[in-house]
Design a protein around this ligand. Sequence first.
Ligand SMILES: [Zn+2]
Length: 299
Amino acid sequence: MFFCGNSAENLLSTSSTSKVASDHDPDIHTQHRTTIHMPKLVIFTGAGISADSGLSTFRDPEGIWTREAIDLVCDYSSWKRNRKEVFRFYNARRAQLAQVEPNAAHLTVARLQHLYGAVLITQNVDDLHERAASIEGYEANVMHVHGRLTHMMCTSPGCVPWEIGYRHAHPDTEYCPRCASPKGVKPQIVLFGEPAPLYRPMRDVLKRLKYKDVLLVIGTSGKVVDIGEVAMKTDATTILSNLEPSTEQWLPEAPCIEDGQFDHVIHGRAAEMAPQIEALVHRLMAGDNAIPKIPVATA
Ligand SMILES: [Zn+2]
């Protein structure tokens, strides 16, 4: 299991122990416990944040799925038949990842995560959040709900993912370090139709959001994880940062992001809007409720 989300509860507990000198009271320790709810920050990112670093998105009109056959390279039911294509596709993604750098939005997210102990959930399989944290001098702590390009995995029970960085993986010679077999080896990417083991912990994190907490969503169409509906239902204050206003309508059978599902909306490239995003989060986390709930910034 590679989930390493920050599970620390932002519940500040103080306790004091006082001695009561009394011969009649055998219970000489009395404990007073006070619990204060501190606002929690959860950050959820999608392909839009990494697009500003030069990584191709998948679902846009110019995205990867307009050039590649999903059925061939990203289908759990057929990946073993198409191993060469699956490896080719993800080797190319890995090679591209080696050529790009985190942008200002990744750095902002790293700072916010560190400052507020935020849980960072990403749909992205790149490692730009980890690299941004490293640039800022922080430890990476990222919940990759769709897997990681820099890792391979083995489908045999008990085997654990291993890191290969940005190197080429060959379908015949990439062996599992534990069972020494190449047969069940695949990129550690959640393919379509494949169970996503981190969806449950992700839902748990989102469900725990309360009034005065903040949910920051950056760069997603909301079509794979229905974060728009989460934003609509939560009591937390919600922020959406997306390139453009949403044009589609949310439907139960075809979920998508709608600007109206969020309290605050920032339009523009995430890397360019990073200072506005950061300033807004600071104000909300400080309890500033005087901010009008309308689009606050547009590039
Ligand atoms: Zn194995």
